[in-house]
Design a protein around this ligand. Structure first.
Ligand code: GZL
Length: 312
């Protein structure tokens, strides 16, 4: 059923509408891949919520490639899905395929990352954290922890990804307030433990004990860096402070072990919000353009009492 017709019919006969009507709907979900524990938790949240609400979910794993996401969206359009959920791997290059979805009256909800398009009407809503704020929280914590004096190496997320761009910007805006803090090296670790370890090994080879802290755009890269620091013969969390973002359970364990100092929350459990947004659109209701997730920082001293209640 086409989106506009569906909205009209639902608006006219909302009283007759039963939950059953939604259960007949099909949603396409274009996921980036499975590069991190955070990403896997998000995938599970969306799959389990679709099952709980009785939707048919068509899932596509893009293996980190935008062209695969664009192919998946075109396939969803050809199959006549009722809605699309997109986790966009990078910020740009979406205008054309989203115009095709709009022409087919298929609403698109962005989860966990934003995009830059000429017309923001090309997507219904973005359900994501404020990554600039997350970077600022990490920078503020490190400034306080080091009294504003630190040589910092940075493990960036994937090139062109909104969280990588904004987490770098937010952290940099905070750190530049302190003349004694300097980012001495910054390179992508591609969101993964393996690449994060590899890049940290190179940083250690070049700068060794000059490094006071590492800032990683996600926990998986931080955990790889921790391994590299240990193999280099230094103590992560003590000789080199480690601060990251995501708040996954493995990061809390690293804080319990004294090897990670702090991690900023970033909620991956976006399934309920994504389907709520689509259902509001199906009912002809307005949806906020950005449904922002509130984040906070988690520190080592609280990790032991918090770890068992972590949801991802
Ligand atoms: C953030 C999300 C990022 C996570 C990483 O919303 O896009 O991608 O921080 C993941 O762990 O790879």
């Amino acid at each position: 059923m086409k989106f506009r017709n569906l909205a009209t019919s639902l608006a006219l006969s909302a009283t007759l509408l039963s939950a059953q009507a939604f259960a007949e709907l099909t949603i396409g979900f274009s996921q980036i891949g499975a590069e991190s524990a955070w990403r896997s938790a998000e995938t599970e949240s969306i799959k389990s919520e679709a099952e709980k609400r009785g939707y048919t979910l068509k899932f596509s794993d893009a293996q980190q490639k935008q062209e695969n996401q664009i192919k998946a969206i075109r396939s969803f359009i050809a199959q006549g899905v009722d809605g699309i959920i997109l986790a966009p791997v990078v910020e740009t290059g979406w205008d054309r395929v989203l115009k095709e979805a709009k022409a087919a009256d298929i609403p698109v909800v962005l989860v966990d990352r934003g995009i830059k398009v000429k017309d923001n009407d090309l997507y219904l809503s973005k359900i994501a954290s404020d990554f600039v704020f997350e970077g600022k929280l990490a920078g503020a914590w490190l400034a306080q922890e080091t009294n504003g004096y630190a040589n910092i190496v940075e493990l960036q997320g994937g090139p062109g990804a909104a969280p990588a761009i904004d987490r770098k910007a937010g952290f940099g805006q905070m750190v530049e307030q302190f003349p004694g803090m300097e980012i001495t090296a910054s390179q992508t670790g591609e969101w993964t433990r393996t690449k994060g370890k590899e890049v940290m090994e190179a940083f250690l080879k070049a700068q060794g004990e000059e490094i006071d802290a590492v800032y990683a755009h996600n926990d998986d890269m931080a955990l790889g860096a921790i391994q590299a620091i240990k193999e280099f013969g230094l103590m992560p969390g003590k000789d080199i402070l480690v601060v990251s973002i995501d708040g996954v359970k493995a990061a809390f364990q690293a804080m319990v072990d004294g090897e990670l100092n702090a991690t900023v929350d970033c909620n991956p459990l976006l399934g309920p919000l994504a389907f709520d947004a689509l259902e509001m659109a199906f009912n002809g209701k307005d949806v906020d353009k950005w449904i922002v997730q509130k984040d906070k920082i988690n520190v080592q001293q609280d990790a032991a009492e918090m770890i068992d209640s972590r949801m991802f």
